[in-house]
Design a protein around this ligand. Sequence first.
Ligand code: SAH
Length: 266
Amino acid sequence: MRPGTVYLVGAGPGDPELLTLRAAKLLAEAEVIVYDHLVSAPILELGASGAERIYAGKERGNHTLSQSELNQLLVRLARAGKRVLRLKGGDPFVFGRGGEEVEALAAAGIAFEVVPGVTAACGVAAYAGIPLTHRDYANSCLFVAGHLKDGSVDLDWDSLARPGRTLVVYMGLLGLPTLCRELVIHGLSAATPAAIVQHGTTASQRTVVGTLATLPQLAQAARLGPPTLIIIGEVVRLQAKLAWYEKGAVEAGAEIGLERAQALAR
Ligand code: SAH
């Protein structure tokens, strides 16, 4: 690691074993680790014991540092000659504002590197047993952000509501009822399979499966908490067969079968 450089590193979705080798190496070498709330505790423990750890926040409605304060902090640490690890959940360039942070570093003339991570869509789908582009069901997959800064949902519904397309919705829990309703209004069948996964790739992973008609209610009844990821499309059918990670760990009653959910939707 070079002094005076900021390493923008993806920590993956939660399971520490999903870190890249490069991320693990940088964690062990960093002098300062600036992390956000999606970075799991076992991952932070991999940092050198003497490293300074700075929490940068970013929970919904609870921003500890503003984005510009954070950018300034990174610039200041680098100018002081530190080896700085900016650690973010998932991949730093997928809905993580990592782009804004390296723009600020570039503007200030600070050296930086970007290390990709396993984004929630890939990690969570794998552990939930939902192959995002299984060719019997899907030929494209779209990652979208489920809510805007002000909490509203405003997406290009026509481009989302296409057959043969898997949708992965980040930050979608609050907007779930709107999301499901609009997709049906724009042409998807109300019986389209849909899943929501809480705390994917960790011991508290929980998946609730339903349809566009039933998922909002099921998610509410299951009292899921963030972070959650929503997956919509025919590929979700495979979860019933392929859910290897949660097998045996799903609490009775937390999940209802797709067949029953579809019967309810009819
Ligand atoms: N850069 C991150 C995404 C940041 S946006 C990445 O590439 O994964 C934060 C959103 O990511 C959360 O609201 C949630 O929708 C999703 N997310 C991140 N980790 C998750 C996890 N372990 N389980 C479920 N969703 C997760």
